[in-house]
Design a protein around this ligand. Structure first.
Ligand code: BTN
Length: 258
């Protein structure tokens, strides 16, 4: 018996852009692929695809994303931002996850640039944004969110030092319907802010654990070390290299150096 009550979710999001249409599946290959299929068919902006289980969940750099069926949240949202608004979609999602963790569980989450949400140093959620462009602009973007809610990662994966769940951090189980409604409401509000030209950069900077730290950025086969000093108005990371030169990092994988 699932604790995902789709009617209550639909009701809780009624009339909003994000969540105005909610589609639910038992098992999918990936909610990203289903959302893409629906986007190609012209579904309304803000359509949310939720699955209890994914057989081919994926993360950034084509890594596998493993979630516990029936325990965690796996969802994708079809969005149609302008090209200039696209960089803020990832921010909106990561910030909404942080505020939900605070609202429903009293947890103080941080963001490891650009897309990991962490509690006490371990990853609890990952964000993935994929987009399709046409000759003039973004056709659509699919925003994927994986949030470890009730899975017990100490038992199931043995990777508790890098990954965690809300359950692992609190020894409490959470009703996923409540978590999802709060998350989608926050995401809707931030997405509307983006659409009306408001910036999320201050909130973004305030949650970034990366700032002030010595980091290593890996992008394709290049590596760069430095101190993350701030973010620009697109949320890109500003890094001071050891030779004092400032660079802007727009993509890549960051590891904190101790
Ligand atoms: C990452 O941390 O690299 C991003 C992980 C994104 C996982 C979510 S789960 C729902 C959606 N469907 C997928 O296949 N991936 C995203």
């Amino acid at each position: 018996m699932t604790d995902l009550d789709i009617e209550r979710i639909r009701d809780g999001l009624k009339g909003r852009t994000v969540g105005g249409n909610v589609v639910y599946f038992g098992t999918l290959d990936s909610t990203m692929d289903e959302a893409r299929r629906l986007a190609e068919q012209g579904v309304t902006e803000g359509t949310v695809v939720i699955a209890e289980e994914q057989t081919r969940g994926r993360g950034r750099f084509d890594r596998r994303w493993i979630s516990d069926p029936g325990q965690d949240l796996m969802l994708s949202v079809v969005l149609r931002p302008d090209g200039s608004q696209l960089p803020y979609v990832n921010m909106a999602a990561a910030l909404s996850v942080c505020s939900t963790l605070s609202q429903v569980a009293g947890m103080d989450a941080t963001i490891k640039w650009p897309n990991d949400v962490k509690i006490c140093g371990s990853k609890v959620s990952g964000i993935l944004v994929e987009c399709t462009v046409n000759s003039r602009d973004i056709d659509y973007a699919v925003l994927g969110i994986g949030l470890n809610v009730n899975s017990n990662l100490e038992v199931t994966k043995g990777i508790s030092s890098i990954a965690t769940s809300m359950y692992n951090e609190t020894s409490r189980t959470f009703n996923r319907t409540d978590v999802l409604i709060d998350l989608l409401r926050g995401l809707n509000q931030r997405y509307l802010n983006i659409r009306s030209g408001l910036s999320l950069v201050d909130e973004w900077a305030s949650r970034l654990e990366t700032l002030g730290k010595t980091i290593r950025v890996r992008w394709q086969d290049k590596m760069q070390d430095g101190v993350a000093t701030g973010v620009d108005d697109q949320g890109n990371l500003l890094v001071r290299r050891p030779d004092g030169v400032m660079t802007t990092v727009v993509a890549g994988e960051v590891t904190l150096q101790h």
